[in-house]
Design a protein around this ligand. Structure first.
Ligand SMILES: *Cc1c(COP(=O)(O)O)cnc(C)c1O
Length: 381
């Protein structure tokens, strides 16, 4: 099929379309928001507590603290864990920058390590090798929705006084080797940015843990360091979960597993249909791993050219992420030159994210596959 023929039968495929997810819950949600306008309790009301309880249950943990964003959950979690200026926190080289922002905003220094080919997550052996006297925590990122190897990480930090704080911002509902995302570290951070697997209608996040003292630390820090009204044990922030966002999340949480199932079947379709096409490298799935498929990221020699070709054919794509964190301008001060982390750097050079969202139609999935095939048919001569 040539590009020209494709355009005659064009099916538009946005990179992300949230409308199909929202359609079935819109009327009930709007009614609840109207009630809220009559009754007030815009912060810390019963809806926030209801959501916190429901999400803790979903993750299989005792405590959930609703906060304003994923970054808030990471930053406040590190501070409540006792991370101090001068401490070191180990992070993977491929993540969204917020992982590193949390570390520096807690006053600590990010220590970057490479990722593994097997799951694109932090390398547990490289992590163990970087543990030093000032290391206080490791922030594994469950990249694209696939969990890091938590068992290997737990043995890497065993007996060293190093806490694992999971960056589960892309991994709502992911599992690996029988472990749920967010349930096995000392604590975990989730983001409900609208495009995440569970998204609010704006910014929101959650901190989850089985440690009651850690949870009350974050609960105080999200609200000006208050332990009771006007009792400030330390300086804090305005970092609460809005009640309106809690309502949105309460309506969406019961649908999360079904949405993730749709993501999984779309991912299976791509894996079947794109296997062996051109130079495409399919996303790795580790043994016993059930990713939440936040993103479907393939590797290819020229992702910009493939992305442009797809765009010309009405198909949206993304790049997650075009630079590993140590090569962004924001973290040039870490002084880590190109070549420091070969696996991460190759992923960043070659990555292309294909459309994947709940409600993506078979016709749309077929159009994406047709587009990728057409690109390689055209470029093979
Ligand atoms: C989205 C995301 C965050 C930050 O979440 P915000 O809610 O945007 O602050 C942190 N880490 C990862 C891996 C993310 O994908």
């Amino acid at each position: 099929m040539s590009a020209r023929q494709m355009s005659e039968t064009r099916v538009r495929v946005p990179f992300l379309d949230l409308a199909p997810s929202h359609a079935p819950l819109k009327a009930d949600l709007l009614a609840d928001i109207a009630d809220l306008l009559d009754t007030g309790a815009f912060t810390n009301g019963p809806h926030v507590q209801r959501f916190e309880q429901a999400f803790a249950e979903y993750c299989g943990v005792a405590e959930c603290v609703g906060v304003g964003s994923g970054l808030d959950a990471l930053r406040l979690g590190l501070i409540a864990s006792g991370v101090q200026p001068g401490d070191e926190v180990i992070v993977p080289a491929v993540t969204f920058v917020a992982t590193l922002e949390a570390v520096t905003q807690a006053g600590a220094r990010p220590v970057v390590v490479d990722i593994l080919e097997a799951d694109y997550c932090i390398d547990p052996a490289a992590t163990a090798a970087q543990i030093a006297p000032r290391t206080r925590a490791v922030l594994p990122v469950h990249l694209y929705g696939q969990m890091a190897d938590m068992r290997a990480l737990r043995s890497a930090v065993e007996g060293k006084g190093v806490a694992i704080l999971e960056d589960a911002c892309q991994a709502h509902g992911a599992r690996r080797a029988g472990i749920d995302a967010g349930s096995t570290g000392a604590a975990a951070a989730f983001s409900f940015y609208p495009g995440k697997n569970l998204g609010a209608a704006g910014d929101a996040g959650a901190f989850v843990t089985n440690d009651a003292a850690l949870a009350s630390g974050v609960r105080a820090l999200r609200e000006h360091g208050q332990t009771a009204k006007y009792v400030h044990f330390r300086e804090g922030w305005t970092a609460r979960l809005d009640t309106i966002q809690a309502l949105v999340l309460l309506h969406k949480l019961p649908l999360l597993d079904a949405w993730n199932a749709q993501r999984r079947s779309a991912a299976r379709y791509y894996a079947d249909e794109l296997n062996g096409v051109g130079d495409i490298v399919l996303p790795p799935v580790a043994p016993e791993s059930e990713p939440s498929w936040h993103l479907y990221v393939v590797r290819t020699g020229d992702p910009e050219a493939l992305g442009l070709f797809l765009r010309e054919n009405g198909i949206g794509t993304g790049r997650h992420y075009p630079d590993p964190v140590h090569l962004t301008a924001a973290y040039a001060w870490l002084g880590l030159p190109a070549g420091s982390f070969p696996v991460a750097e190759r992923l960043s050079r070659e990555c292309l994210s294909l459309p994947l969202f709940p409600g993506i139609s078979e016709e749309q999935l077929a159009a994406v596959v047709g587009g990728v095939r057409a690109f390689f048919d055209g470029s093979s001569r």
